[in-house]
Design a protein around this ligand. Structure first.
Ligand SMILES: [Mg+2]
Length: 336
């Protein structure tokens, strides 16, 4: 059955049926609007949209993977503020000819990801779209007891740390563009495709680090783009050491195979969804201990300085990293 045959009411009840029930005090799907009880600490709000042809292709991922990723990238922004995701709304644009099973798949993925992060769907919208599928997620979360952690606030002398690995998601994209399909045929392919297609938002890490950091953000548009913002918003400079970038072996192997500079993948590739934080040296041991407790790698990649700009210390010397190559969603094409 396709969506036109099912109708909007049928579509909404299909979506509703797949979702968990909101907690007491919340009013979710089914009324004119959702209702949220007051939050003592206030609310964080973010939205992020996935568009067919721009952000995903159906040859690359199945509906469940799309639903999960759409939630994860939104939760990542809540995690970047040190918060906990609570509720979300989704706006879906879809062609009436699309099979209902596609929508069921997407919302099974949405439900699974929301369950993982402790959040629930409370409303949204559905519209006809003849221009391909669009899934917009709006996520609300509660800041930690320490309050929202901002991009600005880094101080000269702070250490810069990154959770997880960088460049792997871009490696996964390279594989997809070369015709490799999930789950790949080797550990290398599986690992890089996972980074690209099934990123995990670092909620636990964000909560653990929130009381310790001066500034934090998630790395969605490539390290350099985030470093630039950290530097500009905080009126400070950044000096990173290229040899310290957490680039794993799978990513290095693929880059070597494709004759690409792997550091460029980390700098400009994007979609890693790891956290980047500035931490005072005195708080580094505690930060390290907290991340170890949740089983996460913790990598010191550089330091905050008082000269504006983003500088990389490389084997060839110091290089000023400009954002001429940084990811821009409105640029004509990807730069790498
Ligand atoms: Mg972000």
């Amino acid at each position: 059955m396709n969506i036109r045959q099912l109708g909007e009411r049928g579509l909404i009840s299909t979506i509703h049926r797949l979702q968990a029930t909101p907690a007491m005090g919340y009013i979710g799907i089914g009324d004119d609007a959702a209702f949220l009880p007051p939050s003592e600490k206030g609310w964080l709000a973010t939205s992020d949209m996935l568009v067919e042809g721009t952000h995903f292709r159906w040859q690359w991922m199945d509906p469940e993977q799309l639903g999960e990723k759409a939630v994860a990238v939104n939760v990542s922004d809540i995690a970047a503020m040190g918060g906990l995701p609570k509720v979300c709304l989704t706006s879906l644009g879809v062609d009436g000819e699309v099979d209902v099973q596609v929508i069921e798949g997407i919302y099974r993925g949405v439900a699974r990801a929301l369950d993982r992060y402790g959040a629930v769907l409370i409303g949204g919208d559905t519209v006809e779209s003849s221009a391909g599928l669009v899934l917009d997620v709006m996520m609300l979360g509660e800041p930690s007891a320490a309050g929202p952690v901002l991009r600005r606030g880094a101080r000269p002398g702070d250490r810069l740390v990154v959770t997880g690995r960088l460049g792997a998601a871009y490696g996964g994209l390279q594989l997809l563009e070369r015709g490799v399909r999930w789950p790949g045929t080797s550990m290398l392919e599986r690992s890089l495709l996972t980074a690209q297609m099934a990123p995990l938002a670092r909620v636990e890490a964000g909560v653990a680090l929130a009381p310790l950091v001066h500034a934090m953000t998630d790395i969605s548009d490539g390290l350099v783009s985030e470093l630039r913002e950290l530097s500009q918003f905080g009126s400070v400079g950044v000096r990173i050491t290229e040899s310290l970038l957490p680039i794993d072996q799978a990513t290095q192997e693929l880059a070597a195979e494709l004759d690409a500079r792997v550091s460029d993948w980390a700098y400009y590739g994007g979609e890693d969804y790891e956290l980047l934080a500035a931490i005072a040296p005195s708080r580094m041991p505690e930060a390290r201990r907290r991340l170890e407790q949740i089983g996460l790698a913790f990598c010191e990649v550089g330091v905050i300085t008082d000269e504006p700009g983003v500088i990389a210390v490389t084997a060839e010397g110091e290089v000023l990293l400009d954002d001429a190559r940084a990811y821009d969603p409105f640029a004509a094409s990807r730069i790498l």
